[in-house]
Design a protein around this ligand. Structure first.
Ligand SMILES: *Cc1c(COP(=O)(O)O)cnc(C)c1O
Length: 257
C-alpha cells in the first residue's frame, strides 16, 4: 500500500511538472484507472486524497461503487454498449461517461438517470483520432472539412446539449494509437483532438454550454505512457492505470482465471 501511495504522489508531481504555469490553476484532473484491481487498492488511493477513478467494465464498476466510499467520482472509460446504459445510470456516484458515441445511447442514459439523482451526468464524446478499427468513437473533424457542422460529432454534441437535459457535455476523449504514443515526434492523435475540439467549439451555442474547465470543451487524453505530452498538448483529464496500480492481467487472462 505504501508503494501505491508513493506511485500516486509521483504521478501527481509529474502532472504538475508537465502543466504549463498559465494552466496550473486548472491543474489537469487525474483519473486513476483501477480496472482489474481490487477495491482495497482503490481505497488506499482514496485515503491518500484521490477522488476520480476510472473503470472499463460495468459489472466491476457497479460492484466497486457499492463497496467503496460514495464520494468517489467514478468515470466509465470502457466501450459503451447500449444495453449497459441503464445499469450504468443507476450508479449514484457515476460522475462521467467518457465513451459516449451515439445519440441513441445519450437519450437512453438521459432517460435512465434515476429521479433521486440531483446532479447531471458529465459526458465526453469519444473520438477515434487514429481511425483504427479496433477503437470506438466518432471520426475527428479534419482540417479539410468544409462543413464541420454536418459532422456526426457536431450532431451528437448538439443532441446532448439540446435534447438531453440531464447530461452535461464536458468534452472529448481519445485513446491514441500506440505508434503515436511511442514515436518521438508530436502526437498526431492529441493534435487531432485539439483541432476537433476547437472546430466543434465554434459551432456550439455559447450560451448553453460548456461544462469543461474555463468555459472550454475539456480534453481527456493521455495514459501511463504519454500523459505528460498529452498535458503539454492541452489535456484537461489524464487517465493513468499501470503507473499507479502496477501491471494488470490482460482481458484473456482474467477470462481464464
Ligand atoms: C486501461 C485504460 C487506461 C489506463 O491505461 P494505462 O496504460 O494502464 O495507464 C486509460 N484509458 C482507457 C480508455 C483505458 O482502457
Amino acid at each position: 500500500m505504501k508503494e501505491l501511495t508513493s506511485a500516486l504522489d509521483d504521478i501527481r508531481a509529474r502532472i504538475l511538472q508537465a502543466t504549463p504555469p498559465q494552466l496550473r490553476h486548472t491543474n489537469p484532473a487525474l483519473v486513476a484507472v483501477s480496472k482489474y484491481k481490487p477495491a482495497e487498492d482503490v481505497l488506499a488511493c482514496f485515503e491518500h486524497g484521490q477522488r476520480d477513478f476510472g473503470e472499463n467494465y460495468v459489472a466491476e464498476l457497479s460492484e466497486k461503487a457499492a463497496a467503496l466510499p460514495t464520494d468517489i467520482r467514478w468515470h466509465f472509460i470502457g466501450t459503451l454498449q447500449s444495453n449497459k446504459c441503464k445499469p450504468l445510470a443507476a450508479i449514484p456516484n457515476l460522475f462521467a461517461i467518457q465513451t459516449l458515441d451515439t445519440a441513441k445511447k445519450a437519450t437512453t442514459l438521459n432517460n435512465a438517470l434515476p429521479k433521486s439523482r440531483t446532479y447531471p451526468l458529465h459526458v465526453f464524446i469519444q473520438v477515434n483520432t487514429s481511425g483504427e478499427e479496433s477503437k470506438s468513437g466518432l471520426p475527428p473533424i479534419s482540417i479539410e472539412a468544409s462543413t464541420p457542422e454536418t459532422s456526426e460529432l457536431a450532431k451528437l454534441a448538439l443532441h446532448i446539449i439540446n435534447d438531453c437535459d440531464r447530461l452535461h457535455l464536458r468534452g472529448l476523449m481519445t485513446i491514441g494509437s500506440i505508434e503515436q504514443s511511442t514515436s518521438s515526434g508530436p502526437n498526431e492523435d492529441f493534435s487531432a483532438l485539439v483541432y476537433t475540439s476547437n472546430a466543434l467549439q465554434n459551432i456550439l451555442p455559447k450560451d448553453r454550454y460548456p461544462w469543461g474547465v474555463d468555459g472550454k470543451l475539456e480534453l481527456s487524453m493521455g495514459m501511463s505512457a504519454d500523459f505528460e505530452p498529452a498535458i503539454r498538448a492541452g489535456a484537461g483529464t489524464v487517465r493513468v492505470g499501470t503507473s499507479i496500480f502496477g501491471s494488470r492481467k490482460t482481458k484473456d487472462e482474467v477470462a481464464q482465471s
